[in-house]
Design a binder for this molecule. Structure first.
Ligand code: FES
Length: 149
């Protein structure tokens, strides 16, 4: 079944959807803060798409480069560090680390586009270099590959 025919799962609160071969779609209950490692605000918004392939010319945002580069990045994952976030409320803050990952704080549901993979977290690190073998999470491969961005 094609992606467009599968109903998109909806979760309460903050969420990050992992699109197959594509970006991270971040949606907030309230505005999500996207900041750099010094705490300078890049954006506050309720929805945006973050590059996870490492090819965007408009990092940290997705610019569609994953299509030109024919990026293969699974939407599916397992998460040994799942947390129970029931009852937690609050802002999601995503920090763009230079030449490295997105780190995040705040209750969030992370899920695959088809809803087959789901986890909940209050903190963690997501890959934005495209090289992690544990996507969508960072496994420090950005160092090995000398990711710049
Ligand atoms: S940002 Fe990709 S492995 Fe860390």
């Amino acid at each position: 079944m094609s992606e467009t025919k599968v109903p998109k799962p909806v979760y309460p609160g903050n969420s990050i959807m992992v699109r197959p071969d594509g970006p991270l779609i971040c949606k907030g209950d309230s505005e999500i803060t996207l900041q750099d490692a010094e705490g300078n605000i890049i954006l506050k918004d309720r929805e945006f798409a973050l590059c996870r392939c490492g090819h965007s010319a408009n990092k940290p945002f997705c610019d569609g480069s994953h299509k030109k580069q024919a990026v293969v990045a699974t939407q599916h994952f397992s998460d040994a560090r799942e947390e129970d976030i029931r009852g937690q409320q609050g802002e999601l803050v995503i920090t763009v680390k230079e030449n490295a990952m997105y780190s995040f704080k705040g209750p969030v549901t992370i899920f695959s586009r088809d809803g087959k993979s789901v986890t909940t977290r209050s903190r963690g690190a997501l890959c934005r270099c495209g090289h992690s073998e544990n996507k969508p999470f960072c496994d420090a491969k950005h160092k090995k590959y000398g990711f710049s961005g």
